[in-house]
Design a protein around this ligand. Structure first.
Ligand code: FMN
Ligand code: SF4
Ligand code: SF4
Length: 446
């Protein structure tokens, strides 16, 4: 049976499933309940000088029938006194000595950083996470993402913390920056033992059409919030990949955060180099019990593939993620419709006709709504298979024989790329497009 235990920069945990610093880790009660449910670690709701929060605090994007596809908050760090939190950290560690309890911290001055590091370590925290991510409220006070966006300041604070810390230090990065390598490098140069990312993305989730204020509305006004949940997973994975591929930054372990909800999400983050994962929104939505599906799915995946520990496959996707210029321009796929499973909804036809390359034809017979691919027009863009509501009804079939390969970079070196506006070497040269006036005929016929 697979061994799910981890040693993350010296922090040991029975499994890689950690709660992210957020409302689910606000108290010892919640964290004990989570550990009982199966979570291997928890990053305590950020500790510092306690705040005063507003009401309400959350907003969401409900996309079609999916609630909280994206989630947004204007909550700050903990509003509970430090002494209460420290007492509860001590208690949790008494009951769960083998689980990871990490104290997230955020303060201002060097003296405060030194003091709070000592306080949380004395309470028994196994590690420290530095919150340089909060994109609302705290950044206005020179903390949170205000630090995450300033690599020099970030490095200085990591150095301060490392002066005082005897447990491992995880630097949590903000995604509100165009080049994640800069804060990542600053954290490593400051001596961080590990990195975690992402914190929330600065955002406006929506506008109330009566008060004209952004959600969540606080007495007729609103503020930008931090975006998270399933919608941010692709952004988080891209930033994780950037860090995990970097020769210097990848020397420290990375905890992946952002939109993780299922075992598959967990596996994807591990394949991109994360060796622990953290979850907030999915737990706020469905509760601590989701860890059971995560664990069962991860175990099944590892058994199927023959992996004993997560380190056997951590980062395995990284060599396959390259720059566009290295992709094989000779690789050719086209769409194929499985006529046995097609339900004749014609969504693929509309998508290809109006949004792609006019490569799907209807039969013209109202009693037969199953469309046909016009192979010579199909560029293999994939849109039809993405819109098709029937799983695997449209597949992309390989048409090249795999013997030829040339990339944009190689073509550039061979001096064989389009360089003029009407260059014959353009990819779309000679490719079928209907005459503009055929659009009018289509309207007349309909
Ligand atoms: C309501 C709320 C409060 C949060 N509070 C904190 C916090 O105190 N400290 C922190 O580092 N991150 C905080 N976060 C960010 C989460 O830890 C996490 O980085 C982010 O939500 C992305 O993960 P997710 O997509 O699983 O939610 C908060 C997120 C939410 C939704
Ligand atoms: S792959 Fe693209 S071009 Fe080909 S049929 Fe589908 S939508 Fe049209
Ligand atoms: S979208 Fe899928 S199910 Fe609908 S007509 Fe096209 S192939 Fe058939």
């Amino acid at each position: 049976m697979a061994d799910l235990s981890i040693n993350f920069a010296g922090i040991k945990a029975p499994n890689p499933f950690w709660l992210a610093s957020a409302p689910p880790t606000n108290s010892g009660y919640q964290i004990m309940k989570a550990f009982e449910a199966g979570w291997g670690g928890a990053v305590w709701k950020t500790l510092g000088v306690p705040v005063i929060n507003v009401s309400s605090r959350y907003g969401s994007i409900n996309y079609r029938d999916t609630r909280m596809m994206g989630f947004n908050n204007i909550e700050l760090i903990t509003d509970r006194p430090l002494a209460d939190n420290l007492r509860e950290i001590e208690e949790v560690k008494k009951y769960f000595p083998d689980h990871a309890v990490i104290a997230s911290i955020m303060v201002e001055s060097k003296k405060e950083w030194h003091q709070i590091v000592k306080d949380v370590e004395n309470a028994g925290a196994d590690g420290i996470e530095l919150n340089f991510g909060c994109p609302h409220g705290m950044c206005e006070r020179g903390m949170g993402s205000a630090v995450g966006q300033e690599p020099d300041v970030l490095k200085l604070i990591v150095e301060w913390v490392k002066e005082a810390a005897s447990t491992p230090v995880i630097t949590k990065l903000s995604p509100n920056i165009s080049h994640i390598i800069d804060p990542g490098m600053a954290a490593v140069q400051g001596g961080t033992d590990a990195i975690s990312l992402i914190n929330t993305i600065k955002s406006i989730i929506g506008i109330d059409l009566d008060s004209y204020a952004p959600y969540p509305v606080v007495d007729g006004k609103g503020s930008n919030g931090g975006y998270c949940g399933p919608a941010v997973k692709p952004i988080a994975m891209h930033m994780l990949k950037d860090l995990a591929q970097h020769p210097e930054i990848s020397k420290v372990p990375i905890s992946g955060i952002g939109g993780i909800e299922t075992w598959r999400d967990v596996v994807e983050f591990i394949l991109l180099g994360a060796t622990s994962i953290q979850v907030c929104t999915a737990v706020m939505h469905y509760g601590f019990g989701i860890v059971r599906e995560m664990e069962a799915g991860l175990r099944q995946f590892m058994d199927d593939k023959g992996y004993n520990t997560i380190y056997d496959f951590a980062g395995k996707a990284l060599p396959n993620i390259t720059e566009w210029k290295h992709l094989n321009l000779k690789h050719k796929v086209i769409a194929e419709i499985d006529k046995n499973t097609c339900i004749g909804c014609d969504l693929c036809y509309i998508a290809c006709e109006d949004g792609a390359h006019q490569a799907i034809a209807l039969s013209g017979d109202v009693s037969n709504r199953i469309p046909n691919i016009i192979e010579e027009n199909c560029v293999g863009c994939n849109l039809c298979s993405l819109v098709c509501p029937v799983e695997n009804c449209i597949t992309m079939v390989k048409k090249d024989d795999g013997t030829e390969s040339i990339s944009w970079e190689e073509r550039t070196l061979n001096d064989d790329v389009p360089v003029t506006f009407n260059d014959d070497r353009a990819g779309g040269k000679g490719h079928f497009v209907p005459k503009p006036t055929d659009a009018l005929k289509a309207k007349t016929n309909s």
